[in-house]
Design a protein. Structure first.
Length: 141
């Protein structure tokens, strides 16, 4: 006997809206509580140049930053304030790894002591790196 003759059977339904609401709350919670790492860097105010030189070739390059106080970083690794020629050359060679002649890019603040920049250039020369670029800002831009 079928007592439910006039009734249709309801199919079970999965409601996705509450699940989406829960996932959005979790996403917002994660976005608010996540701490983003900030890399400490040197603020460099580049001097102005007369014309733009071609950029160094793409690929691995060693970036040396010298700020106005004389603090120096080689590929983001800070150097001691009293780093001498041998220390800078060793840091350049560590940053180069197995590359025999990587381009060295020097970003020096316009108020940086000239002697620190020349020290970096001399260390690159002693390490045998022939491709040296000094970054400047193009005047009028």
């Amino acid at each position: 006997m079928n007592f439910r003759r006039g009734r249709t059977r309801d199919e079970p339904e999965i409601n996705l809206i509450p699940m989406i609401d829960v996932l959005l709350v979790i996403l917002i919670f994660l976005m608010i509580t996540t701490t983003y790492s900030r890399f400490a860097g040197l603020h460099v105010n580049l001097p102005e140049g007369l014309s733009a030189a071609p950029a160094p070739p793409a690929g691995h390059r060693i970036e040396v930053t010298v700020d106005a106080a004389g603090a120096m970083r080689v590929d983001g690794v800070p150097m001691q304030g009293t780093a001498g020629l041998a220390d800078i050359r060793a840091a350049l060679q560590r940053a180069a790894g197995t590359d025999p002649d990587p381009p060295v890019v020097v970003s020096a603040d316009r108020d940086a002591r000239h002697g620190r920049v020349v020290l970096v250039m001399e260390a690159a020369q002693q390490a045998g790196y022939r491709h040296l670029t000094v970054l400047t800002r193009v005047s009028g831009r």
